[in-house]
Design a protein around this ligand. Structure first.
Ligand SMILES: C[S@@+](CC[C@H](N)C(=O)[O-])C[C@H]1O[C@@H](n2cnc3c(N)ncnc32)[C@H](O)[C@@H]1O
Length: 236
């Protein structure tokens, strides 16, 4: 692992550990307050399913997966939840237990890079603010293809990806290193998505410019990002 990657991974580990230990799922003012709107919107696609297999890459403590598990608790549903951080998966399992959906949530400690997505296995594959944290843009592209192949017929891919990220010290205005392993221009990611999912039916596609302050190692960083949301369904 090169120096830049190791530095970003370590900073990420620290900041996520602090958030995951300090905050309670759905009972906080941070981003862990509720599932993302896009996930809430798309789950109705599966209302008639009796058997649902979901993959959540970079799942965190289950903000999106626990919501789906609760909705499908009376059906045959398995959600494979992958995260690099042991603390995330521990918290995810505890949250699942507390909410009576532990038989649905299958937590896996491991990297997105190494998790092998079996072909034709999933009805829904999501990666929310996670895919841009793989090691390189080559892995990023390979993972998109794996996701495509991993979906069953009518399966849905749901991606939220930060792009064109810039950061600067909010106080001194000095430029800071963006803490994203893969930081590509928005148009480049859009072209990858269009190419890989060219035979899918696009259900949602948007880019939202977001700015916010975020604590980094020893300073507050002002972060500017174009968030790509992409949802598409595999058709015959
Ligand atoms: C911004 S959080 C989002 C969590 C969750 N998807 C959500 O929306 O609440 C990113 C998560 O991805 C995990 N992560 C980062 N890089 C990863 C990698 N290469 N493999 C697996 N998980 C990773 C982090 O540990 C963290 O839990």
């Amino acid at each position: 692992m090169d120096e830049r990657l190791a530095r970003i991974r370590e900073n990420e580990r620290k900041s996520h550990t602090e958030i995951f230990l300090g905050e309670k799922l759905y009972d906080t003012d941070s981003w862990l307050k509720k599932p993302i709107r896009t996930v809430k919107e798309i789950v109705s696609v599966f209302d008639e399913y009796n058997d649902l297999h979901v993959l959540d890459l970079g799942c965190g403590i289950g903000r999106n997966s626990i919501f789906i598990a609760e909705k499908f608790r009376d059906k045959k549903c398995i959600i494979d939840c992958v995260d690099l951080l042991e603390i995330a998966v521990d918290k995810l399992s505890q949250n699942a237990k507390d909410r009576g959906v532990d038989s649905i949530i299958n937590g896996v400690v491991g990297s997105i890079e190494e998790y092998r997505i079996r072909k034709d296995s999933y009805d829904l594959i999501m990666a929310v603010s996670a895919l841009e944290h793989v090691e390189t843009s080559d892995v990023f592209c390979r993972k998109l293809t794996e996701i495509k192949d991993g979906l069953r017929q009518n399966g849905v891919v749901c991606l939220v990806i930060n792009s064109d990220v810039s950061e600067y010290n909010a106080k001194t205005k000095e430029q800071a290193e963006a803490q994203f392993e893969v930081n590509l221009p928005t148009a480049v990611i859009q072209s990858f998505l269009a190419e890989v999912f060219d035979d899918f039916c696009v259900l949602k596609k948007s880019v939202t410019r977001q700015e916010y302050d975020i604590p980094r190692e020893g300073f507050i960083s002002h972060l500017d990002t174009s968030v790509i949301t992409f949802v598409a369904q595999k058709k015959v």
